[in-house]
Design a protein around this ligand. Sequence first.
Ligand SMILES: Cc1cc2nc3c(=O)[nH]c(=O)nc-3n(C[C@H](O)[C@H](O)[C@H](O)COP(=O)(O)O)c2cc1C
Length: 170
Amino acid sequence: QKKDKQNVSNASSKMLVAYFSATGTTAQVARNIADITGGELFEIAPQHPYTEADLDWNDRQSRSSVEMNDVKSRPALKVTKTDIAGYDVVFIGYPIWWNLAPRIINTFIESHDLRGKTVIPFATSGGSDISNSVSELKKAYPDLNWKEGKLLNKVGNSALQNWIHGITNH
Ligand SMILES: Cc1cc2nc3c(=O)[nH]c(=O)nc-3n(C[C@H](O)[C@H](O)[C@H](O)COP(=O)(O)O)c2cc1C
């Protein structure tokens, strides 16, 4: 739907919309952001996809529980390094897991040089706010130029456009 695309980026600013999504919700929001900004979509894919059992938060032994209980866990990426040098703005989207960004987001950040870029977090959740996850990311990576993040649960396209206009100053 190219004709509906509203390109809010200015000519000199290249945008990447990187996202991790285990069950598709964040992926849909990422596609909408890419449509609006004209940015490039990039899936932060795990080397080993998460199964339903992996995602069981009632099971303390499930993969996601074990990873989220270990601050040092860094699940491997499917593609270890992607060339992101040409981008000025990098959106990073993820589902909230245990009130945090999934550890694979840390893997992605630590595998790429994001210094000097504007980094914009966004998330979907079952109800939790994004703020704790963003403050933990800022604490872990204080050298990066973080913009305020936004929870984008069931956000309509015009609200999405308003947020993007505001945050990218276009
Ligand atoms: C392991 C796990 C932990 C979760 N923890 C939270 C949480 O702390 N707060 C919350 O509101 N939702 C939580 N959720 C729900 C997801 O954030 C929500 O379903 C999200 O939209 C899924 O996005 P996705 O389809 O892109 O993976 C959790 C989901 C999983 C699988």
